[in-house]
Design a protein around this ligand. Structure first.
Ligand SMILES: C[S@@+](CC[C@H](N)C(=O)[O-])C[C@H]1O[C@@H](n2cnc3c(N)ncnc32)[C@H](O)[C@@H]1O
Length: 206
């Protein structure tokens, strides 16, 4: 039997678990986030710089409704948004089960009952999103990334938006063009330290 894959988007990481706590400070939050991370989970040693750019710059949702952290990892985006918007339900979705366990433990430790950590197939079919925040899994390859976005972006509510942070040198501009051609009006919200934050609107009606 081959060893299980060790990349961070495996459903069960092959590397042994070794949890640690990291602290994350965001300018608008009065408390420091204390977040459990683990090996086998994306950027487990420190908050990813792209995620920081997203969290410090993406606006709050313009309409009411649930939020989605697509590809949540240990949950820095979901947890920060849940602190900011305590009454909202925040879906934290990932294929990595170790990551989902961390999100559950992080939300419980922070007393954030609105966070729902779920595998993609476990989100009820009728859920729609006021906003999607994502540092998407670029490393899965273009075809899988496009498929992922085509699965979740159609679930945006009217007036909602998705905010995606992507490294400029990992194809942020071509992703923006592809989204636009796929019918989702996309604009570059900002460009900072090698990252772009894309703002994606719900699909244009035909
Ligand atoms: C770049 S990481 C971002 C993690 C976390 N949001 C952060 O900012 O630290 C992308 C995440 O997407 C997850 N992922 C990969 N394929 C996925 C899929 N098909 N559906 C949901 N999540 C996926 C990976 O497991 C990984 O945790």
């Amino acid at each position: 039997m081959p060893d299980p894959p060790e990349h961070y988007y495996a459903s069960t990481p092959g590397v042994a678990s070794s949890r640690r706590t990291i602290e994350v400070e965001l300018p608008d939050l009065r408390l420091r986030l204390r977040l459990l991370t683990d090996t086998g989970v994306f950027s487990h040693r420190q908050l990813d710089p792209g995620t920081r750019v997203l969290l410090e710059n993406a606006p709050l949702p313009a309409v009411r409704g649930d939020l989605l952290d697509l590809g949540c990892g240990y949950g820095p985006i979901a947890l920060a948004m849940a602190h900011r918007l305590k009454r909202r339900r925040v879906w934290a979705v990932d294929v990595n089960e170790r990551a989902l366990e961390l999100v559950r433990d992080n939300a419980a430790a922070a007393g954030l009952g609105g966070v729902r950590a779920a595998l993609p197939g476990d989100v009820p079919a009728d859920v729609r999103f006021a906003a999607v925040y994502s540092n998407p899994p670029i490393r899965v390859g273009k075809a899988a990334l496009h498929e992922l976005l085509l699965q979740w972006l159609p679930l945006l509510l009217p007036g909602g938006a998705a905010y995606l942070v992507v490294q400029r040198n990992l194809g942020a501009d071509s992703l923006a063009r592809w989204l636009d051609e796929a019918g989702f009006p996309t604009a570059r919200l900002l460009s900072r330290v090698g990252y772009r934050v894309l703002e994606v609107q719900p699909r244009r009606s035909e």
